[in-house]
Design a protein. Structure first.
Length: 180
């Protein structure tokens, strides 16, 4: 999808590299499916291609109806996205539905994850920790959350998340706008 959007916009790999700060070789590997991007890098690529992150994921066909209809997602239907560069997995907790703005996810952050650079985006984020301990750095202030703790903040504020423990963290994450 990245290659298709890049070519549609008439960008060479060199131009996309200069717009994103990612190397030409790395972008080539990503386009060929031989490497994956961190979510923050995917956001950077989307911005460089003047699109939303959701453009990189297939949309589900849902018939538009005059009355809103609940979307039920069974446990075995929710796709899991592995973004290996960030040592995290994201499991979508709900399929796409017309006019829905929340992105509910089950996020696993593996131990000793490499710390990410603070970033910001439109919308809000809410996280509820199911297990483990995670460190949020929001606008330069550190918040350490454990099982049963939650945090809710405007995503426009620079933030970073890090698991510096020896145990994985599992959390329910809800954000806007939808990313996937």
């Amino acid at each position: 999808m990245i290659r298709a959007l890049r070519q549609e916009r008439g960008f060479s790999l060199r131009e996309l590299s200069s717009r994103t700060g990612l190397s030409i070789g790395f972008l080539s590997l990503v386009e060929r499916g031989q490497s994956s991007l961190a979510l923050t890098s995917l956001h950077t690529v989307a911005k460089a291609l003047d699109t939303e992150v959701s453009a990189f994921f297939p949309a589900e066909e849902v018939a538009a109806e005059s009355q809103p209809v609940p979307v039920v997602t069974r446990a075995d239907e929710a796709p899991q996205l592995a973004i290996a560069a960030q040592q995290r997995t994201y499991k979508l907790l709900s399929r796409r539905a017309p006019n829905c703005v929340l992105e509910p996810l089950l996020v696993t952050i593996y131990p000793n994850e490499t710390i990410e650079e603070p970033y910001s985006h439109e919308g809000e984020e809410f996280a509820y920790v199911l297990s483990g301990e995670v460190r949020f750095i929001i606008a330069g202030t550190e918040y350490r959350l454990g099982r049963g703790d939650s945090i809710h903040f405007p995503a426009t504020v620079p933030h970073a998340i890090h698991n510096d423990t020896r145990e994985p963290v599992e959390a329910v994450w809800v954000l806007t706008p939808r990313l996937f």
